[in-house]
Design a protein around this ligand. Structure first.
Ligand code: ZN
Length: 317
């Protein structure tokens, strides 16, 4: 009798800390807002996510701050994009991976689906979030990573990932429908840097950037002159600015075309490498893509719903 009671007491003592531990969310640090959003979507209440790069931040140029380093050291998991997106943080992550669980989530995507990098023969274009179908592979990788870290929540992560992947499918359908409603000769996307390669390939758009795949090189005068000629020759009337890149080169294009008697305007601001303001629809991956698709299709002549796919865009087209 006494012995049985003692065993029961021991069992209670053993389960208490375990239960408390299981309820504490996994502390996760993610570099880009897009990764942080995917972790929140899949992890639900089992994760506490800190995204390092907020609205308007350029990941090609970003370097970790002291506060970032403290957060990453204390986290259960650190997720970064990889594919040379966070070019200034590569060495840091290599060091960190010796003492911390660090996963480059975009590196899981089948390399045959990746586009070549213009500037480096051995690297790929990292901007895969521009295609919801490719981004779905990253969401699946995040699901696998969270499941490994917390196997008892596997069912929750699977259900959340499935629901989010369905939202990405809806985005793909919306993109195909709106972007192909643009007249064929107008399917040209001219932006500050080459972030839209996957987007162009997925929806049949010609893509031109003043700067290359990275934002780390200055746009030459030759490149500006070349693009002004293209705008004039092909009678293109819209260019797009990006929230995470200076609009200086786009203004130079508009002025250059004007000097040749051709009027070009800004079709809108796109979220290329960073999402919109936190706690807004545009501050989520779905909202970011909805905004881009709606603004591009609308500016180039398609009929689009004023507030986008889900009726939630704050500044409708
Ligand atoms: Zn970029």
């Amino acid at each position: 009798m006494i012995r049985r009671r003692l065993l029961a007491a021991l069992a209670v003592a053993a389960t208490l800390p375990l239960a408390a531990w299981a309820e504490a969310p996994l502390k996760i640090v993610a570099t880009t807002g897009m990764i942080a959003d995917a972790v929140r979507q899949v992890g639900g209440d089992q994760v506490e996510v800190k995204g390092l790069m907020g609205p308007g931040i350029d990941p090609h140029a970003y370097r970790q701050t002291r506060t970032d380093i403290v957060a990453m050291t204390r986290a259960d998991l650190v997720l970064w994009h990889g594919l040379y997106l966070e070019a200034q943080m590569e060495d840091f992550f290599e060091d960190l991976s010796r003492k911390q669980t660090v996963v480059a989530v975009a590196e899981s995507v089948d390399k045959s689906k990746l586009r070549a990098h213009d500037d480096y023969a051995d690297k790929y274009d990292p901007h895969i979030w521009m295609s919801p179908a490719l981004w779905g592979e990253v969401v699946t990788e995040i699901q696998a990573t969270l499941t490994e870290a917390r196997p008892e929540s596997a069912d929750l992560f699977a259900a959340n990932a499935k629901a989010h992947l369905a939202e990405l499918d809806a985005l793909t359908a919306y993109a195909e429908q709106s972007l192909t409603a643009v007249p064929e000769e107008s399917r040209v996307l001219l932006t500050a840097h080459d972030a839209f390669g996957y987007f162009g390939a997925a929806y049949g758009y010609e893509v031109m950037g003043v700067q290359g795949i990275s934002t780390q090189s200055e746009a030459g005068l030759n490149r500006i002159g070349e693009l002004v000629d293209t705008l004039v020759d092909r009678q293109l009337t819209a260019v797009f600015v990006e929230s995470s890149v200076s609009d200086r080169s786009m203004r130079a294009l508009i002025e250059g075309a004007a000097a040749k008697g051709h009027e070009v305007s800004v079709g809108g601001e796109l979220f290329s490498d960073a999402m919109g303001v936190d706690s807004t629809y545009e501050g989520t991956y779905v909202g970011m893509l909805d905004h881009n698709i709606t603004v591009i299709a609308g500016a180039l002549g398609a009929n689009v719903p004023e507030r986008g796919l889900n009726g939630k865009l704050s500044a409708g087209f």
